[in-house]
Design a binder for this molecule. Structure first.
Ligand code: FLV
Ligand code: FLV
Length: 405
């Protein structure tokens, strides 16, 4: 061979003992990998064996969009990972490669188009205002996670899906158990199966009696023979759980970031038109998750960033480190609303790019703009270091966000 690629023997396997981080701290292990060995080998707390870990922006884009790296091939392999269990059901879009992936995504595409999402905005805004009315009546100090970041995303996705209000606390509980590394494999699998059972019943009821919601759209796709019932349930589960959980935690991190960056907060108050740009920078900046999510398997020998990855090897990649790559982002560790070029990867890249990115942005915009409009003096009610952060989380976020106004 005439290339300069290095081989696995030159890369020691490092055990990543994923820490419970507080605040917006960036995981020092990830930072060191990006700086010192951008394609390295890691072992995570669960699963077997080791994996490649890809951290640079261009390399992450490559691994997440090149069809030689497969999600499907992960099925049935106990690859090294953060969580004791796998989050998606086997039939889920998260485990699919094109062309099956494309077919599954199409089954829900209609619900996530811009005009459909625009229809959700008034109800979401109304829900945010009602939740904040209640908080205001109770008076300061109040917990924003309890009053807004938790219930709003749950209400928005449940309205879209067609989950009635009475069943939403149960959904939240199942979701919580599944999307944590801390409840163990058995409890997580149990919650996943119980939620799948609920969603199977919901889709069956839509097949009997069609309705204009996401469950109804999925039921129609099943009846038209585009997807199986099991696939539709797996898609519904991933959307319902991920949407409520990810936006709760991410938006709480975003608001915490604003409340602990008074200069940027003051600027956004003074220039409300800055919100879309400020939100993109906040999305780039907040450390959305611990470690890494679902990996991929190399289907052939492939060179990544000068390193030869061999057929059959496991590859993890990090959107968080990509978002801090200094070759793309100047002063990457600064929250800078004036950043001109901000092609962050916070919603992923390639075929698995977040289906709900526009919905997430809509919710985050409503959360930030409504808080700024209604509470000109909004501030943390405790010193920042007294905010409690979730332990053994996959997606990071504060347990509570005590505020005063
Ligand atoms: O955090 C993870 C996750 C979150 C999610 O909302 C859906 C997922 O499929 C996953 C996942 O597969 C792995 C995670 O760590
Ligand atoms: O963070 C991840 C994630 C989030 C999410 O909301 C849905 C997902 O499928 C995932 C995922 O598969 C891997 C992640 O790292």
């Amino acid at each position: 061979m005439t290339t300069t690629e290095s081989v696995s023997e030159e890369h020691p396997v490092r055990f990543w003992d994923v820490p419970d981080l507080n605040g917006l701290a960036f995981d020092p292990f990830m930072e060191a990998c990006l700086r010192d060995e951008p394609v390295s080998r890691i072992k995570l707390p669960n699963g077997e064996g080791h994996a490649w870990f890809v951290t640079r922006y261009e390399d992450v884009k490559f691994v997440t969009s090149d069809p030689r790296f497969s999600r499907q091939a992960v099925l049935g392999r106990p690859i090294t990972r953060l969580a004791p269990h796998f989050i998606p059901l086997d039939e889920a879009v998260g485990f699919a490669d094109p062309p099956e992936h494309t077919r599954l995504r199409k089954s829900v595409a209609r619900s996530f188009t811009a005009p459909r999402l625009a229809r959700l905005r008034p109800a979401a805004q109304r829900a945010a205002d009602e939740l904040l009315d209640e908080m205001e009546q109770e008076g300061p100090p109040a917990d924003l996670v309890q009053h807004l970041h938790g219930p709003l995303p749950l209400a928005v996705i449940s309205d879209l899906m067609g989950v009635p209000p009475a069943d939403r606390p149960q959904m939240a509980q199942w979701t919580e158990i599944q999307l944590s590394a801390g409840h163990g494999r058995e409890a997580s699998e149990h919650a996943k199966n119980a939620m799948a059972g609920y969603l199977t019943d919901l889709l069956e009821s839509r097949r009997a009696e069609p309705r204009d919601d996401l469950a109804g759209e999925l039921a129609q796709s099943v009846d038209q023979g585009n997807i199986t019932l099991a696939e539709a349930v797996a898609v519904a589960l991933l959307i319902q759980a991920s949407a409520a959980h990810a936006v709760r935690n991410n938006s709480a991190q975003v608001v915490y970031a604003l409340l602990t960056h008074p200069e940027q907060l003051a600027r956004l108050r003074a220039e409300p038109g800055l919100l879309p740009q400020a939100l993109e920078e906040l999305l780039r900046f907040v450390p959305h998750r611990n470690a890494v999510g679902l990996g991929r398997i190399a289907m052939e020998d492939v060179e990544v960033g000068g390193v030869l990855i061999r057929k059959g090897e496991v590859v993890h990649s990090s959107y968080l480190t990509a978002n801090r790559d200094p070759s793309v982002f100047d002063r990457p560790h600064e929250l800078d609303f004036d950043r001109e070029n901000n092609p962050h990867l916070s919603f992923g890249h390639g075929p698995h790019f977040c289906l709900g990115s526009m919905l997430a942005r809509l919710e985050e915009e409503i959360i930030i703009s409504t808080l700024l409009r209604r509470f000109p003096e909004l501030r943390l009610a405790v010193p920042p270091e007294e905010v409690r952060w979730q332990r053994r989380a996959l997606i990071r976020g504060p347990e509570n966000l005590p505020v005063a106004w």
